[in-house]
Every structure is written in structure tokens, then in C-alpha cells.
Ligand binder design. Structure first.
Ligand code: FBP
Length: 553
């Protein structure tokens, strides 16, 4: 029996690339500080909440010939939130930097996400242990979780666990919510003179944790390439059989970066972008009308098939849905402890909800199929987010389009045949073997996180940029977490959180779609990207995402 596939064996041998300054050695770095920073919005409120860590400068590393001593340090690491390809390499980079700095240093992995640091569940990461995970996908090395670190009691317990293990720095690998946790923990440790630093690493396939310094979150590259491969395969199938309309929902909780990138890589007939729907205040009916228009025109050309990409978070961006979901969030929060409601069957729950919503919202809620209503009432995640991966928006659209086309048929306005297939690509892409880009980027982020620790920084996000250039030219440094924060309503209360980066409708990536989509709708310009290549010509293996290329031309 084999224990490793041939690809697993080969990937274990891959040596990720580092920016030149980091490759010169962890103890041969110097730090350059920029100007003091401000949060993206709500400066006064954020400043008050982060008295000790607010306003720090952006920092950049340079190599120097003066080698410095690195005193012994124990570091803890947490994988937080949804899986993203490359997490194992962040830990590998962190481990290698830490051992290079001082072989006496130790790395502890907290198990099962942020709850590991609270409950004191950990595992020491040794060379043999990490070696088995290099360049592999998944977060199974130590597991992940979505516990929200925010209460005094949780912080106190984390402090006790760190003290017991002599840990003086914690690295939190996570998305916007997890790095919000990192910022809160960093502030609390400073306020309480704990002597423990906190550094974040930008993870999420969603691609919505980005700014000038964070060009992309890790995992986006691999996940979008995986989805693009699958879409390409479906396009070939559709173009061969010519009998189905495929509706493909693509992961990405809020922003549509993943759908947009996968769309640009494959050129399907329709790509919906949530941010555009919101900006143009398109109702669900209007979205359905515009899609039926394309379906009808294609049918007139004899094409009763096509490909539609639906971003996972679409439903929350449709204005009437957004307002209704916001009220629903407050209401479901209120009803959390109402046993009568909790023990009711779905039909009864719908009645209770409808009676408590105001009339406009009640009307929108009532108009939805029972399946979608039930999915909208499912538990929020620990950060208060609707679990959009469990809402079958692709099926909602199919249902509404089918009804509309039948009406049009009865009026003689549509003569085609509409057969549908629904797909959801999400979990398929989150644990793929990281692409060479993600393998290198993640290893660099982890290595760089230790460099930030070594310079005594806290409340920073590991930043590696200039990513469209070869790895040697990448720029390593750190961005203060408070710089990315604003105030948002969560669980009915205003909270400081890292602001999500949404698709910019005036940006080059959306413009590329806009310039081409009419052509793609009618003329099949399908691209077939194929599987991610790990070995072979650099033009194929080291390709960065279209988003990164367009944003950093
Ligand atoms: P993160 O923001 O934690 O990276 O997770 C993103 C994501 O993959 C979304 O795309 C998706 O909606 C969600 O996680 C699914 O969550 P879960 O894994 O809990 O089902």
C-alpha cells in the first residue's frame, strides 16, 4: 500500500523561493520605518479601542552585512478560519526562520484554531513533523477553527497558556475576522504588560484582505486556478453536448474577487458580480430579466446552452435582500434564546419571522422559495456572518429563470429549451496543493512573520509585495493591523473590524470583464486553463492570477 501519491512525494522536495533580503538570512536584516498610519475609517473610534497599538508605521526589511544575535524565543502559531492552500508553507517558513535565527527556538502549533490557545491544546512543531507537510494543501497539520477571540476571559486564558509554554509571540494565520482577533489580542497583551507579541498573516481564498501593502491574500491564486480548471472542463462539456445551461456558484463569502478572477481565466457567457448588482441597485427580478435576455438571444441563435458564474455572496448584495438580511440578522440574534422559536418547524419559523419583520422586508422574505428561507435562517458563524456557502443562490436563480422563461414561452417570446445543471465550487479549491506562487508566497509570509517578531513588533500583518515580479524582487515588511480597520455592525452591535476589500468597479480587473462580456455572452470564447502545473515551463507554472497582473501592471 502506498502512503504518498507520486505528486505528494515530489512536492515535498520543492524548495520555495524567498525575497532576496529574507534569503540573505534572518539575522542579517534591518528595519526601515515609514510614516505613522491611520485606520481606513472611523479613526477616532478605532484609536480609542486600540490605544496602545494604533497608528504604528508601515515597516520594510532590507538586508545588512551586520549580523545580529537572536535571543531564544518560543512562538505559537494558529490557523484560523476557512482553509486556504499554502497554510502549511506559512508554518514551514516560520519554522525555518525561527530555527535559522536560533536553533534553540521552539514553535508550538495551537490545535483546532483560536480555541487551541484558550484551552491550551498544542503540539510542538519539530523538523520531522513539518517536513511531512511542506508544499501540501490543507490545514490538517494543526487544524483550524472559527472561534472569535474577544472576551477578557479568553485573553486571560491565552496569557496563562503562553506563560506556561514560555511563548513570547503568537502568529495568527487568518482572514479579515481572524486578523481582527489578532489586533484585539495584540492590544490586550500590550495593555496588560504580557510581553507577548502578535503577528498576523493574510489568508483567505476570498481575496478580500488586501490593500497597497497586502497585494493578495494567500490561497486566492490556487483556489481560483482550481475553480477555473473545473469551469473550463464544464465549458468543454457544454460545448460538446450543447444541451445544458450550467449555473456555477463560486466561493467567496462577500466580495466577488474569486468569481471575477475565475471568469477572466475562463471567459464564460455570464459572470455576475455582486458589487455591480449593489452599485446599480439591481433587484432580483432585474438580474433575472438580464439573464433571460441573454438566454433568449442565444436560443434564437440555436444555442440552448451556456455557462453562468454566480458569486457566493450575491444574495447579500441585492439591495432588497441586503436590507431584509440585515433585519433578519438582528432578529435571529434576538430569537437565539427563544425556545419556542428554536423548537419550531420551518413553516412555523417562517410565520414568526414574517410577523416580526417590517412589511417591506416581510414581503421580500415571503417571496422566496422555502428552501432559501430555511437556508437564510441557519446559524450565523461566530463572527455574525450569514453562511452564504449554504445558501443555494444558483438554484434560486434557476428557479426564477425557469418560471420567467415559461411565461415568455406562453407569450411566444421564447422558443428555446432550458435545461439546467447547478454546481457549487468552494470546498474543492480550498485544500488543493498550493500553486508555485502560493507555495513561495506563503513560505515568504511565514519567514517574514518571524522577522517581524525578531524586531519586537506587535499588532502587524506580515506583508510581502511586488508579487508580479520574480520572488527575489519581492518586498518584505509589515503593515499595522489597525490601519485596515473600521467600525461595522456585528451581532447587532458596532465593532472594530478589518474592512473587506470589495471589487472596485472602476478598477482594471472589473473593466476587463466589462469590456468583453457582451462578446462572451453570445460568441463562445471559452478558455480551458487546465489543471495547475507544478513542474514545467515557468510561463505556465509560475503564472500569477489575472487580478494581480491587472492590478499591478
Ligand atoms: P475565511 O474568510 O476564513 O478565509 O473563509 C472564507 C470561506 O472559504 C468563504 O469563501 C466561505 O463562504 C466560507 O469560508 C465557508 O466557511 P466554512 O468553511 O465555515 O463552511
Amino acid at each position: 500500500m502506498k502512503t504518498l501519491s507520486p505528486l505528494q512525494q515530489e512536492r515535498l522536495k520543492y524548495q520555495p523561493k524567498l525575497p532576496k533580503c529574507l534569503a540573505n538570512g534572518i539575522n542579517s536584516l534591518e528595519l526601515e520605518e515609514g510614516q505613522a498610519t491611520e485606520s481606513v475609517r472611523d479613526q477616532e473610534a478605532i484609536k480609542q479601542l486600540f490605544e496602545k497599538t494604533y497608528g504604528k508605521p508601515i515597516v520594510t526589511f532590507k538586508s545588512t552585512s551586520n549580523k545580529k544575535e537572536s535571543p531564544v524565543k518560543n512562538v505559537g502559531v494558529i490557523l484560523s478560519g476557512g482553509q486556504a492552500p499554502g497554510g502549511h508553507n506559512v508554518i514551514a517558513g516560520l519554522f525555518d526562520a525561527l530555527k535559522q535565527a536560533n536553533p534553540e527556538n521552539k514553535l508550538y502549533g495551537f490545535l483546532g484554531g483560536p480555541s487551541g490557545i484558550i484551552d491550551g491544546k498544542y503540539q510542538e512543531i519539530t523538523k520531522d513533523f513539518i517536513d511531512a507537510y511542506r508544499n501540501t494543501g490543507g490545514f490538517d497539520i494543526i487544524g483550524s477553527g472559527r472561534t472569535k477571540l474577544e472576551t477578557e476571559e479568553q485573553f486571560q486564558k491565552s496569557l496563562e497558556v503562553c506563560k506556561k509554554l514560555n511563548i513570547t509571540a503568537v502568529v495568527i494565520i487568518g482572514g479579515d475576522d481572524s486578523n481582527t482577533n489578532a489586533a484585539l489580542l495584540a492590544e490586550w497583551f500590550v495593555k496588560n504588560n504580557a510581553g507577548i507579541q502578535v503577528i498576523g498573516c493574510p489568508k483567505t481564498i476570498d481575496g478580500d484582505l488586501k490593500n497597497e501593502q497586502i497585494e493578495v491574500s494567500f490561497g486566492f491564486d490556487t483556489a481560483t486556478k482550481t475553480y477555473a480548471e473545473l469551469i473550463g472542463n464544464i465549458q468543454r462539456d457544454a460545448n460538446s453536448a450543447k444541451k445544458y445551461w450550467h449555473f456555477i456558484k463560486i466561493m467567496g463569502r462577500s466580495a466577488s474577487h474569486v468569481a471575477l478572477e475565475a471568469g477572466l481565466q475562463t471567459q464564460p457567457n455570464i459572470v455576475l458580480i455582486s458589487e455591480e448588482v449593489e452599485e446599480k441597485k439591481m433587484s432580483l427580478e432585474q438580474i433575472v430579466t438580464s439573464m433571460c435576455d441573454i438566454i433568449t438571444k442565444r436560443a434564437e441563435m440555436g444555442k440552448n446552452f451556456g455557462i453562468v458564474i454566480v458569486p457566493e455572496g450575491l444574495i447579500e448584495f441585492i439591495p432588497e435582500m441586503k436590507t431584509m438580511i440585515a433585519s433578519l440578522n438582528d432578529l435571529t440574534h434576538e430569537l437565539e434564546k427563544d425556545d419556542d422559536y428554536q423548537n419550531s418547524a420551518n413553516e412555523k419559523k417562517f410565520e414568526i419571522i414574517t410577523s416580526k419583520l417590517d412589511s417591506d422586508n416581510a414581503k421580500v422574505f415571503s417571496s422566496l422559495p422555502a428552501l432559501i428561507k430555511a437556508q437564510l435562517l441557519m446559524d450565523r458563524d461566530p463572527h455574525g456572518n450569514v453562511q452564504v456557502s449554504r445558501i443555494e443562490t444558483e438554484k434560486l436563480l434557476i428557479e426564477m429563470i425557469r418560471t420567467r422563461l415559461n411565461e415568455m414561452k406562453a407569450q411566444g417570446k421564447y422558443t428555446g429549451k432550458f435545461s439546467d445543471q447547478a454546481h457549487f465550487f468552494g470546498y474543492e479549491g480550498r485544500c488543493a496543493f498550493p500553486s508555485n506562487f502560493d507555495a513561495d508566497y506563503c513560505y515568504s509570509l511565514g519567514f517574514n512573520a518571524f522577522a517581524l517578531i525578531n524586531f519586537g513588533l506587535t499588532g502587524y500583518l506580515s506583508s510581502v509585495r511586488n508579487l508580479t515580479k520574480p520572488a527575489a524582487e519581492w518586498i518584505a515588511g509589515g503593515v499595522p493591523l489597525t490601519m485596515m480597520m473600521n467600525m461595522e455592525k456585528r451581532h447587532g452591535e458596532m465593532k472594530a473590524v478589518i474592512q473587506k476589500a470589495l471589487v472596485k468597479l472602476d478598477g482594471p480587473v472589473f473593466k476587463e470583464l466589462e469590456a468583453n462580456r457582451e462578446d462572451w455572452a453570445m460568441n463562445d470564447r471559452y478558455l480551458f486553463p487546465g489543471a495547475i502545473q507544478y513542474f514545467g515551463p515557468t510561463e505556465v507554472c509560475d503564472l500569477t492570477s489575472v487580478t494581480l497582473q491587472l492590478e499591478h501592471k
